[in-house]
Design a protein around this ligand. Structure first.
Ligand code: ATP
Ligand code: MG
Length: 612
């Protein structure tokens, strides 16, 4: 391809809309253009990158025996109603774009395809003899993200590879899950990415085991917690750890465990309370009042107790609340703080915000207009493990000192609701500490089990002649996010440094001065030769100054640059490696051999597999 025909428009300055390096560089180098919030045009250069990534994905998935397919993006609401996900995906913080057709029937634009594929599998897969089957597609997905940002990292329209496997039993599902894990490691490594596998929350997709693949980068939205021996790594949403030991409160329980009242005027936060009275936060129990909203309209007040030095993990909380309430009330739509204004609107007497204890009586909810008049009470294990503690006194400006469970009332149900933090001791080995790093989630694999097949009645006849729901797995890769993640991991002050395996072009031949006949001729000749040798080559034939062309070549990030300049008259060219900046002069007639020797191993791209 000739750069003069490439519609190339490069920008010298960072566009105001971009915050992170990869987003700035993709815009500046003419790979993408913003069309609307979270909506981008993939320009021809980026499209080549996406095609190369897709080819690697196809090769590795086909090698596992998976079959490529293409499913509709317009999906009838009815399918999502049968799986029980329509409300969760369209109401509240739901991310599905949805619409009505001219007959008034509701449709959603596919954010994911479990429903469509499970219904098909239920029709087509009748017997254990047809199993296992693994189907994948590479396609645009639509999600009305709450905060679209960072360009292709979190778009509202983006390209995903999604795969769904069907099995006669769980052992077979685990086998395919393992094979997909290996295929994913090869895919990321061939794309030139340093990726780690981490334990993950299964989120709205559901199911049991799941693992994410994270490209490590400072701009990543996810926090990864990993032990220094790398035997444990998890997304913070999911991570577990051993909490620090609490500082014991001197003396036993006071007032039979109901605690001694202490005047704490205006001390509504743990910090204020501790600094005024010399308590350690780990000696306190803090109580959070929240309100969970469900599909059937139920509004359930929550009272969550945590040790004062711990942070609530919202993902763990949402999972716990769903597990306890969704069978009766349908999908959990959101959990929000229970505010004084909301309580007031409900017609409740003022609640003791800032001074709440775990034993706050349900009587405070009596008279609620629409809320369930009982708290769902849950506690983190760090709070229930305290023998004595300081907590709110449930009336203004008062705390209780040396209260104890039993004394103030029974301990709430005890769960893991805390966020593991960097520096925490690991569960597998308490001499290991959790270390934090940031990651970009490029892939996610799930063992779904039978959640969707049971809901959509996708059954098969097993060896014993009985009907049972199919076992399922699902496996995603964010293809467009991956392309940008590669830039995030491979760039420098001058621009992108694409790994060869996914670079839009492998070589750029730059004719320093197109007005100079020797240069022009030799440039054209090398371009033609490299093309016929099967090299993806660009020819910068523009009548720009050499310096401008070199800057653009660096910005574009083509792995190898061949400069045809003054040496052309004597048949000498310069070869520059983008990533290292290393320069060497060559006789033009040995260039092809030298380049191919470097390109062949780079194309396969395999790095050492990483991750636990
Ligand atoms: P996230 O937690 O980042 O919102 P997710 O867990 O909702 O992602 P999955 O449903 O697991 O995403 O989708 C599979 C893959 O698709 C993700 O691993 C990610 O790489 C990619 N992906 C998800 N949402 C987006 C998006 N809005 N823009 C670009 N890629 C995305
Ligand atoms: Mg995910």
């Amino acid at each position: 391809m000739r750069v003069s025909r490439l519609m190339l428009v490069t920008l010298r300055d960072d566009p105001a809309e971009a915050e992170i390096p990869s987003h700035k560089l993709l815009l500046r180098a003419g790979y993408i253009r913003r069309v609307g919030s979270g909506i981008y045009a993939y320009l021809p250069l980026l499209w080549r990158v996406l095609q190369k990534i897709s080819t690697i994905v196809r090769e590795e998935l086909n090698a596992t025996g998976a079959l490529e397919t293409l499913l509709p993006q317009l999906q009838p609401a009815e399918l999502w109603q049968r799986s029980g996900r329509w409300a969760g995906y369209t109401d509240g913080e739901g991310i599905m774009f949805h619409l009505e057709d001219r007959q008034g029937r509701e449709l959603g634009l596919g954010p994911t395809h479990e429903e469509v594929i499970t219904a098909l599998a239920g029709d087509l897969l009748r017997s254990y003899r047809q199993l296992p089957v693994n189907l994948y597609q590479i396609q645009t997905k639509f999600r009305d993200e709450i905060r679209p940002r960072f360009g292709l990292m979190r778009g509202r329209e983006f390209i995903m590879k999604d795969a769904y496997s069907f099995h006669a039993d769980e052992a077979c599902l685990k086998q395919t899950y393992g094979a997909m894990d290996q295929a994913y490691r090869r895919i990321f490594s061939r794309c030139g990415l340093r990726a780690v596998a981490v334990e993950a929350d299964s989120g709205a997709i559901g199911g049991s085991a799941s693992q994410e693949f994270m490209v490590t980068a400072d701009a990543g939205e996810d926090l990864i917690l990993a032990s220094s021996d790398r035997r444990y790594a998890a997304n913070q949403e999911r991570a577990v750890s051993r909490p620090a030991d609490p500082v014991p409160l001197a003396g036993g329980p006071r007032a039979g465990g109901s605690g001694e009242p202490l005047a704490t005027p205006g001390q509504t936060s743990i910090e204020q309370l501790c600094s005024a009275h010399g308590f350690d936060p780990s000696q306190t129990v803090k109580v959070l009042a929240l309100l969970a909203r469900f599909e059937d309209g139920c509004l359930q007040p929550l009272l969550i107790s945590l040790r004062g030095d711990q942070q609530l993990n919202e993902v763990k909380l949402a999972n716990a609340v769903s597990a306890r309430c969704s069978a009766e009330h349908g999908t959990l739509l959101d959990i929000a703080p229970l505010t004084a204004e909301a309580a007031n609107r409900e017609g409740l007497a003022p609640l003791p915000f800032g001074f709440m204890g775990p034993h706050l009586s349900d009587a405070v909810l009596s008279g609620a207009a629409s809320w369930t008049p009982r708290f769902l009470r849950l506690a983190d294990g760090t709070a229930t493990a305290l023998e004595t503690f300081v907590c709110g006194g449930n009336c203004g400006d008062t705390h209780l000192v040396a209260a104890a469970w039993g004394g103030i009332g029974p301990a709430p149900e005890s769960l893991d609701l805390r966020s593991a933090q960097p520096g925490d001791r690991c569960q597998h080995d308490s001499t290991q500490l959790l270390e934090a790093s940031r990651g970009i989630e490029v892939g996610h694999i799930f063992q779904l089990g039978r959640k969707y097949s049971a809901a959509l009645e996708a059954t098969f006849t097993n060896e014993a002649g009985q009907e049972e729901p199919l076992w399922m797995g699902c496996y995603g890769i964010g293809v467009s996010r991956l392309a940008q993640a590669a830039v995030e991991q491979h760039h420098d002050a001058n621009g992108i440094c694409w790994p060869t395996a996914i670079a839009p072009y492998e070589v750029i031949v730059v004719i320093a001065n197109v007005a100079e006949e020797h240069q022009n001729q030799l440039g054209e000749q090398l371009y033609a030769e490299l093309q016929s040798a099967g090299v993806d080559v660009l020819l910068d034939d523009r009548s720009e100054r050499a310096g401008v062309k070199f800057k653009d070549a660096d910005l574009l990030g083509i792995p190898w640059r061949v400069v045809v300049g003054r040496g052309a008259a004597s048949g000498v060219v310069e070869l520059v490696e983008r990533a290292t900046g290393e320069k060497r002069e060559f006789p033009a007639n040995t260039l092809q051999e030298t380049l191919l020797a470097r390109l062949l191993p780079e194309r396969s791209g395999l790095l050492e597999a990483s991750g636990p």
